[in-house]
Write a protein that binds this ligand. Structure first.
Ligand code: ADP
Ligand code: MG
Length: 617
């Protein structure tokens, strides 16, 4: 997760106080000279180092529970940049205002902190172990869910550390420490009987010392009188660097070997909403009595569902056993169709159903071609199937296969939450901007994949973004999509058709040229639809009026309350010349940075609090 201060030229990352002072000395010690560095003690905190009267002053900046930043006793600010900006205007208790940033010498990057590396490795391990993911699916899960996973593990990660012993008395702890090498600094940590308190046991000079760790009212951990930490693992990491009142600093972990000898791989706490396919198997033994699972978009009281908790995160064919049967054409007898229509279009209707595989049964959406259609329609549907068949990404609706029976049917993964624009209508109060950004970020991940594979979608719009749940979106409707030739960067349509003009870039309309950059234009319109909570783009204007509007250099206005960063990105998607527009590689990066910046602020403390609580249970 990028540090919210990473872009500041006067941010040095994780450097010591002495190093900070060296930088300030080199820069001349003028009054008001300052720099920012990472705080070792608090998760997400900083230290402001300032020169006044040829002396150094260091002010810790804490990140508060609501995601704001403040110097103790000072005003809260929404980010480290805003805080520095404020103190440059008003000293507000500091010896002087911030006058001159002590910028990093060119070529010097901010120093990554112990926790940055540790956290990345932990997020990776957690996702891998909890959802049993590998390869691309693992990478994408990390990219799309890092902030959520981070919150979840922040409070429970110590449980998987080798130094943590979940069930040990004081005597047993001493026995463990004394057995084997009695090196100074060998330590372990154990919970005490008294709820919420722990003991740190440490050996020094062949004697065991025990320190009480308690939590203050805000939930921070500390050894009485000592430095306070958000998590137990940070406390341990800090005490490895600095004794901070202990008899000696922590060195070697006295490992928890209660698990089977040798491979005592500690397991991470299970994410509570993880379930296996067997648990959620649908009973299809009696197709008449089949009632489909209702699309669950909100789950009050339950921890937030993550994409990886659903059965549609990985391909149903990711299991090698199932892969053996993978063919484009499916057998009708394995398909059960329910009498529920999910949607309809020119081609016919989309119905809900279940597809029986070797080891499992999966919910599917079945696009049924209406009767009495011409060969051209069949060919068109087969072309859509051919495109979808080549795609496999968590943020794209996957094709399971095609079934030719009473009608031609396209069998797809189920995304039962409906189209994005319909879901958002009237939900301004309920769905925060961060949730919208999360879904749009996922769409950008799916589009980046399409761009890499050299496919153009040609119909990206909020109506073709389907939800699995409130926090999980998939791109659908490949009816107009094309695979580009290996050396082509665009597709030229032979003639104009029934086109969604309001979503099309100028070169599509003027020259029938379609590329990933014209998909980027459509992505901008999709963003506008989402941030305006399902409004129709360009109001009542007709296609040709929109074209004239664009040619005049005009663009849609910023939707009310749409964050400026997001409106700026929309406008970049609507750069007239396609060569000057960002590609999806850049769009995804910007969406990610923005979404992480929001997600790192605790928006709904109840939601993530519950998740963490259940996870540690
Ligand atoms: P069209 O080409 O007519 O726009 P779509 O592929 O967009 O067809 O599907 C039309 C509607 O059917 C969607 O808006 C949605 O409500 C429903 N639908 C399509 N695919 C799925 C799916 N995989 N899961 C759930 N509903 C779907
Ligand atoms: Mg559609």
């Amino acid at each position: 997760m990028p540090d919210p201060a990473a872009h500041l030229p006067f941010f040095y990352g994780s450097i010591s106080r002495a190093e900070a002072e060296d930088h300030l000395k080199l820069a001349g010690m003028a009054d008001g000279l300052f720099l920012l560095r990472q705080c070792l003690r608090s998760l997400g905190g900083y230290v402001l180092s300032l020169v006044h009267d040829l002396r150094f002053h260091h002010f810790p900046i804490e990140r508060q529970l609501n995601g704001t930043y403040a110097i103790a006793g000072g005003k809260a600010h929404c980010g480290p940049a805003e805080l520095c900006e404020f103190y440059s205007r008003d000293p507000d208790g500091l010896p002087c205002n911030l006058r001159k940033p002590c910028n990093r010498p060119s070529g010097l990057e901010p120093q990554p902190g112990v926790f940055d590396c540790l956290r990345d490795a932990m997020v990776r391990d957690y996702v891998r172990q909890t959802w049993k993911l590998e390869g691309e699916a693992l990478e994408l899960a990390i990219i799309s869910q890092a902030p959520q996973v981070e919150k979840l593990i922040a409070t429970t990660a110590h449980e998987r550390m080798p130094w943590y012993h979940s069930n040990l008395t004081r005597e047993e702890a001493e026995r463990k420490l004394y057995s084997g090498s009695q090196t100074d600094g060998k330590f372990l940590l154990r919970p005490r009987k008294e709820q919420g308190t722990y003991a740190l046991s440490l050996i020094y000079g062949k004697t065991a010392y025990h320190y009480l760790i308690s939590q203050d009212k805000a939930g921070k951990y500390c050894i009485p009188e000592g430095t306070k930490f958000d998590t137990l693992w940070q406390l341990v990491e800090y005490l490895k660097l600095k004794a901070d009142g202990l008899i000696y600093c922590l060195k070697e972990a006295c490992p928890n070997t209660s698990a089977s000898a040798g491979a005592a791989a500690p397991t991470l706490p299970a994410h509570p909403s993880t379930f296996t396919n067997t648990q959620r198997r649908i009973d299809t033994s009696n197709s008449d009595g089949y009632t489909p699972e209702p699309a669950c978009l909100a789950s009050p009281g339950k921890p937030r569902p993550m994409p990886m908790d659903t059965s549609v995160y990985e391909s149903p064919y990711s299991d090698p056993e199932e892969l053996k049967d993978k063919k484009l054409f499916l057998k009708r007898e394995n398909l059960i169709m329910a009498d529920i229509e999910l949607g309809c279009g020119n081609f016919g209707s989309v119905r809900q159903g279940v597809y029986r595989m070797r080891k499992k049964q999966i919910d599917v959406a079945i696009k049924v071609l209406k009767h009495s259609t011409e060969k051209a329609d069949k060919d068109e549907m087969m072309r859509e199937a051919q495109i979808m068949h080549q795609l496999d990404n968590p943020y794209i609706v996957r094709l399971i296969g095609v079934c030719q029976a009473e009608a031609l049917m396209l069998v797809m993964e189920m995304a039962g939450g409906g189209p994005l624009h319909k879901f958002l209508i009237g939900k301004k109060e309920e769905i925060p901007v961060s949730n919208v950004a999360e879904l749009l970020h996922q769409v950008s991940v799916g589009m980046k994949y399409l761009e890499e594979k050299n496919f153009v979608h040609r119909d990206l719009a909020a109506r073709n973004v389907l939800l699995v749940n409130r926090h999980y979106a998939k791109i659908s409707d490949f009816g107009l999509s094309k695979a580009l030739g290996a050396d082509d960067s665009y597709y030229t349509a032979r003639s104009a058709g029934k086109w969604p003009l309001k979503w099309y870039a100028p070169e599509c309309i003027n020259f029938r040229k379609f590329s990933s950059r014209s998909d980027v234009w459509s992505y901008g319109v999709t963003m506008w639809e989402a941030f305006s909570y399902g409004q129709k783009p360009y109001k009542k204007m007709k296609g040709p009026e929109v074209m004239a509007f664009i040619e005049q250099g005009k663009r849609m206005e910023c939707p009310p309350e749409c964050p400026p960063e997001m409106y700026a990105l929309m406008n970049d998607c609507w750069i007239y010349k396609w060569e000057d527009r960002p590609d999806f590689l850049a769009v995804e990066q910007r969406m990610r940075t923005y979404y992480y910046s929001l997600a790192s602020k605790v928006e709904d403390p109840l939601e993530c609090g519950k998740g963490a609580e259940a996870a540690s249970a």
